[in-house]
Write a protein of this length. Structure first.
Length: 316
């Protein structure tokens, strides 16, 4: 979300104070930490979307801290605590989303340089810069690419357990095969069906599933960035709902504004199905695959109901 200069300044000061407190307490080198903690790697993931996958790959040889795990929180507005800054400083592996999504994490990394820490910036790996749609976990190709990089980072951190990490990579890949087969099934049933979304969180999903995302990009991008959408895009969006051009509305449950609430209410009044999706795994503690699979199932079911409703209306 776009922040005011004042909020950005306050957050930068908070991050620097946290880092200074970590430094005053003394930091432990990555190699020393690994030795003192025993036979495992320490890691930090800025978001649990990536932390879940890393945890499955690392298994018993990895302790990972996922910083943002609350599906009701705004990942863009996270305030860094001393303990989180300390974890970043001493971790062997750190995963951040990048593309401006978690600037707080990038600032902590910049303030705690390390020659031994492996830093996985998802956006950088995918060659996506600031301004790109940051919801990469909704793109199957992107997810598979990042999982492969994670495997390599784990092997580099603990090469004696290469075979174990490779076996876990195969297991995770099979789980993703099952997950994305359900997405392929959705695509076969509902390919090209028109849907709308209150935010650009759904762009990669729509692309992968073959759904026709018709809501104005300028509207979705503005909401994602915390801006007011152009009036023309609001008019277009409302007309798409009023005319039932969109068969389903996807609603980002973590980016709620008076305007998105109004759009959601209009869809419900018009008898258009609404499915809420999130940026963070829910329920807390679920795996990436279980969370994403549940969202695919709910979207598929809602699309099926929209067809049934339309057919009944035509018969009537």
């Amino acid at each position: 979300m776009v922040k005011t200069f004042r909020l950005q300044l306050i957050r930068a000061i908070v991050i620097m104070l946290a880092v200074l407190m970590v430094a005053s307490c003394g930091t432990t080198s990555t190699s020393a930490l690994t030795q003192s903690k025993g036979n495992y790697i320490t890691a930090v993931a800025a978001e649990d979307t990536w932390g879940s996958l890393l945890s499955q790959l690392g298994g018993r040889y990895l302790h990972v801290l996922s910083v943002i795990t609350d599906p009701n929180a705004d990942p863009h507005a996270y305030e860094v605590s001393n303990s989180v800054a300390r974890a970043f400083s001493s971790a062997s592996i750190v995963v951040i989303n990048g593309a401006g999504y978690d600037d707080w994490a990038a600032k902590v990394l910049g303030a705690t340089p390390s020659k031994t820490r492996q830093e996985l910036n998802v956006a950088a790996v995918l060659k996506q810069g600031v301004g790109a749609n940051p919801h990469f976990w909704y793109g199957p190709t992107y997810v598979r690419r990042i999982v492969a990089v994670m495997e390599g980072d784990l092997i580099k951190a603990m090469p004696t357990h290469r075979a174990y990490f490779e076996a876990n990579f195969r297991l995770v890949s099979k789980r993703l095969d099952v997950l994305y087969q359900s997405l392929a099934n959705l695509s076969r049933r509902y390919h090209s069906m028109a849907v709308a979304s209150t935010e650009d969180i759904f762009v990669y999903f729509a692309r992968a599933s073959g759904l026709n995302l018709i809501s104005p990009l300028s509207f979705m991008a503005a909401i994602a960035n915390g801006n007011d959408p152009p009036i023309s895009s609001v008019v277009t969006f409302e007309e798409q709902l009023r005319s039932h051009s969109a068969r389903l509305l996807i609603y980002n449950t973590q980016t709620i504004t008076p305007l998105t609430s109004s759009i959601r209410a209009m869809a419900i009044r018009k008898g258009i199905g609404v499915v809420g999706i999130s940026e963070i795994i829910e329920p807390v503690g679920a795996t990436f695959e279980a969370w994403m699979g549940s969202q695919i199932d709910r979207i598929s079911s809602a699309l099926g109901r929209s067809i049934t409703t339309k057919n009944q209306g035509q018969k009537g």
